[in-house]
Design a protein around this ligand. Structure first.
Ligand SMILES: Nc1ncnc2c1ncn2[C@@H]1O[C@H](COP(=O)(O)OP(=O)(O)OP(=O)(O)O)[C@@H](O)[C@H]1O
Length: 269
């Protein structure tokens, strides 16, 4: 394979109301599992949306040199707008037909084999999340981008969701995951990107980052790396986005809340 990454962001800035929520982010997304971590409101979802082309950068460039095939990119947004009135199987079958995939195999992959006949509006929030993951990986895309795949899932299911996502990664396939589940990031990520206030404060292979920072795990890396940007900004707990909430989310952790507790995305479905 060529040395080109699956996807690359070059000096990508995204502003809302003139305020940058992504600030000149340059990143290569390589094959394997890349976890994007950072405090609430640090720009993780915006980064993922820019990566998959769902959000146009205000400045900079996004390329997908290694994303090929009939469905080059699969994306799980933070909220999946499934159309009501259809079963889980019908929902997947609609998309599976477009890319020649098997809806039942897709349901099995995420542990929803027994829920195929249930209407999407009758699924629990966690099951909708799993259905969203199944949909995102249909057609074997080269770039899989999952926004909080473990959010709202019970301990067994969150592990299953992460594993199902991580298993998609191979020599040609990149899986990019935003998550506050740092234990699962520790377990499954090959690379980690730490975002803080719209800037990348650390990025690279997980083992290298742990070595460089002299820390034992992702949880410690999170504290150290996010603190570096906070120290530079000199205004701990304040971000550029405090007054710019478009969707009622964005409760902040102020720098000392448990980083693996996601306060926004769990209770919204
Ligand atoms: N469409 C939008 N309009 C205005 N502001 C937005 C929009 N999308 C995101 N933002 C703001 O950009 C900031 C970053 O949001 P983003 O959702 O990317 O953060 P996040 O790191 O994913 O947060 P969380 O961990 O809470 O999901 C937030 O303050 C958010 O309010």
């Amino acid at each position: 394979m060529p040395d080109e990454p699956v996807a690359a962001l070059s000096e990508v800035t995204r502003t809302y109301g003139g305020v940058p929520v992504l600030d000149s982010v340059t990143l290569a997304v390589e094959p394997g599992v890349t976890a994007v971590i950072g405090p609430n409101g640090s720009g993780k979802s915006t980064l993922l949306r820019a990566l998959v082309g769902a959000t146009e950068p205000t400045a900079g460039e996004v390329r997908h040199p290694g994303a090929t095939g009939p469905k080059p990119i699969g994306y799980l947004p933070q909220r999946v707008p499934f159309r009501e009135g259809f079963t889980a199987r019908e929902t997947l079958a609609f998309y599976a037909r477009l890319v020649g995939d098997d809806p039942d195999a897709a349901l099995e992959r995420v542990g929803l084999g027994d829920a195929g006949d249930r209407r999407v509006e009758a699924l629990s929030g966690g099951m909708r999340r799993l259905l969203g993951i199944a949909q995102a990986v249909l057609g074997d895309p080269s770039l899989v981008a999952l926004d909080e795949p473990a959010s709202g899932l019970d301990p067994g299911m969150r592990e299953r969701a992460f594993r199902a996502a991580a298993e998609r990664a191979d020599a040609d396939t990149a899986v990019a995951i935003t998550s506050h589940a740092l234990d699962l990031v520790d377990e499954h990520a090959d690379r980690v990107v730490v975002l803080d206030r719209g800037s990348v404060s650390a990025a690279g292979p997980l083992d290298d980052l742990l070595d460089q920072r002299g820390v034992a795990d992702v949880s410690e890396l999170y504290r150290v790396a996010a603190g570096e940007t906070g120290a530079r900004a000199g205004d701990e707990g304040e971000g550029p986005d405090d007054e710019d909430e478009s969707d009622g989310e964005g409760e902040r952790d102020g720098g000392d809340a448990e980083p693996d507790v996601h306060v926004t995305g769990v209770s919204d479905r």
